[in-house]
Write a protein that binds this ligand. Structure first.
Ligand SMILES: C[S@@+](CC[C@H](N)C(=O)[O-])C[C@H]1O[C@@H](n2cnc3c(N)ncnc32)[C@H](O)[C@@H]1O
Length: 270
């Protein structure tokens, strides 16, 4: 089994029926971050509708559909994928009577791309860091977009080797402060110590699920270069994000940056 297959299996096993998507997710928990993501989605859908009269969205890794609803409310027709069977079932139940949403349980993480179908907008929220080979994956997703279409990603950790020491220390410190209140601290500390030494365990589910979070982050410059060849405009935006509500409020208006998003718009002709 290659690492992509292992990681996809880990998504399935790590996001079971009772999975709480909000708990460790700053972009879901903190109203300001969440609002910024929602505003960008609404704008992208509105742009597509203004351009073509409609907006077909491919949302990869939708979780429990928090942002699917935003897309639908903005007027989109959405294909959502999930690599977790339990989350796909949850989505199917939620949207059973809604023909604006099609749910795909994507066991391989990319089978939806082999369809003869194209979309106006692709959305990956807190998903790129779960994909081991994210550059070819983004290229393949862009390959399914119509000319003029857009690709939006958000809530992925900035590439660690490029980050300031202060931002690393702030991220680790604020994560730790939050983690202390979450239980299972001994296991968390063991994993953290191992990763700080650069040791990853491909049999440890948390190392597989949070693939790039526990390794080097995601390379926003490489992503911008990769998408720059396929889209006329590529906007990489960076921001501060942490689990603890207190430290989010304290640090979000400083110059510290931990995470990023990318809005690639105006897909060039293939
Ligand atoms: C951190 S959660 C984010 C969920 C949702 N987008 C949100 O922001 O609430 C990541 C989700 O992506 C799914 N996932 C990861 N890689 C995937 C892939 N290649 N295809 C489909 N789903 C994937 C996981 O199963 C998980 O539910």
């Amino acid at each position: 089994m290659d690492s992509t297959e292992n990681v996809i299996n880990a998504q399935n096993e790590g996001h079971l029926d009772n999975h709480d998507y909000e708990k460790g997710s700053p972009h879901l928990r903190h109203a300001r971050l969440r609002g910024q993501v929602e505003d960008r989605l609404r704008q992208l859908v509105a742009d597509a509708i203004a351009r073509t009269g409609g907006c077909r969205v491919l949302e990869i890794g939708a979780g429990h559909g928090t942002f699917t609803q935003v897309l639908v409310d903005a007027g989109a027709q959405v294909t959502v994928t999930e690599a977790s069977r339990a989350s796909a079932d949850h989505l199917s139940e939620t949207y059973a009577d809604d023909d604006r949403v099609e749910v795909v349980f994507d066991e391989t993480g990319d089978s939806v791309l082999s369809r003869e179908e194209s979309w106006d907008l692709a959305v990956l929220i807190s998903v790129v860091h779960h994909i081991p080979e994210y550059l070819p994956a983004l290229e393949a997703i862009a390959g399914r977009l119509v000319e003029g279409g857009a690709l939006f990603t958000v809530q992925d950790p900035l590439y660690y080797p490029r980050r300031s020491r202060l931002s690393h220390v702030a991220s680790r410190g604020t994560y730790f402060a939050w983690r202390v209140g979450q239980g299972n601290l001994a296991r968390g500390l063991g994993s953290r110590w191992r990763r700080l030494r650069g040791v990853y365990d491909d049999t440890n589910p948390s190392d597989l699920i949070e693939y790039h979070v526990v390794r080097q982050g995601c390379d926003e410059v490489a992503i911008a270069e990769c998408l720059g060849a396929l889209f006329e405009d590529v906007d990489v935006f960076t921001y501060w994000s942490t689990q603890s509500p207190l430290f989010q409020r304290m640090l979000e208006n400083t110059s510290l940056r931990s995470d990023f998003g990318v809005a690639a718009t105006r897909r060039l002709p293939a």
